[in-house]
Design a protein. Structure first.
Length: 278
């Protein structure tokens, strides 16, 4: 039985002049990690409003007729302010049956999804939420770092590496507690400050930590080190956003559990073609 949404019926119900906004999580990058419902909505969408962290491989899942609108935010460079994005979604919902608001990871984890739904609710626009695999879970899994483990971490905390006002004044005492994993989103620019603050609040300099660049994609890179050495090693490797930082004893397990070696995979994929041409 097909329980998928009938977008034509939705348009009819709204007099042909309105529809529904679907707040969709695109997952951490690899299009194979899209949920079945997310992929269906992308294929059926009239318009897709997407962020900077949504890559071309995910957008390629969308139907050819879908209009694509980029509203991405990069550090110190926003295509649209958040209020303008909210207004755009309301406008589009009054013009189309199926509007997909596509965000990297999960839309309720540092994605401002709640703010956008508040604006839609205030305007009387129907909406639905399609969760996605958040970056913390997807990227850590592809880096071979379990977020929890009975021997190392009994809790896991997700935190944004900068606050709304641009500062990085976090609850360092809570983040420096033992037996937990801390996953830091958007913290690359403040990595040295973050590591120093965690050490100042009680974590030892040799506490394991890692930064993952382009997690789940074929150009993924991982730098695993300690709080004392991580900033310098990340600088030496030249890692660039998007990156995710993972702090905790679980990072030690990467040596055993790293299964995704994208550069080796890319080379293996290229070998048959090279052989045929030889």
């Amino acid at each position: 039985m097909n329980s998928f949404v009938d977008f034509a019926a939705i348009a009819t119900a709204f007099g042909g002049g309105g529809g529904t906004v679907y707040l969709v999580g695109a997952g951490p990058g690899d299009p194979d990690l899209l949920t079945v419902r997310a992929a269906r909505l992308l294929r059926e969408a009239d318009v897709i409003v997407h962020d900077h962290l949504v890559g071309p491989d995910v957008l390629a899942v969308a139907g050819a007729r879908a209009r694509r609108i980029y509203v991405g935010k990069e550090r110190s460079r926003h295509t649209l302010q958040q209020g303008d994005i909210n207004a755009l979604l309301v406008q589009l919902a009054r013009e189309h049956a199926c509007v997909v608001r596509l965000k990297g990871g999960d839309p309720f984890v540092f994605g401002r999804g709640g703010e956008e739904l508040q604006a839609l609710a205030a305007a009387g626009v129907p909406f639905e939420v399609v969760p996605g695999i958040t970056a913390a879970c997807g990227v850590a899994a592809y880096a071979g770092i379990p977020l929890t483990h009975r021997d190392y971490a009994h809790a896991c905390t997700f935190v944004a590496g900068h606050l709304k006002d641009g500062s990085c004044d976090l609850d360092w005492a809570a983040l420096a507690r033992a037996n937990q994993t801390v996953v830091i989103y958007m913290g690359l620019a403040g990595l040295a400050h973050i590591c120093a603050a965690l050490m100042a609040h009680g974590l030892p300099p040799d506490h394991p930590a890692a930064v993952v660049e382009q997690g789940t994609l074929l150009d993924q890179r991982v730098v695993a080190a300690t709080l004392a050495t991580l900033p310098a090693q990340v600088d030496a490797a030249g890692l660039q956003s998007p990156c995710l930082t993972i702090v905790g004893e679980v990072v030690r397990l990467r040596g055993q559990l790293a299964w995704f070696e994208p550069r080796a995979l890319a080379s293996a994929m290229a070998c048959p073609a090279a052989a045929e041409g030889s």
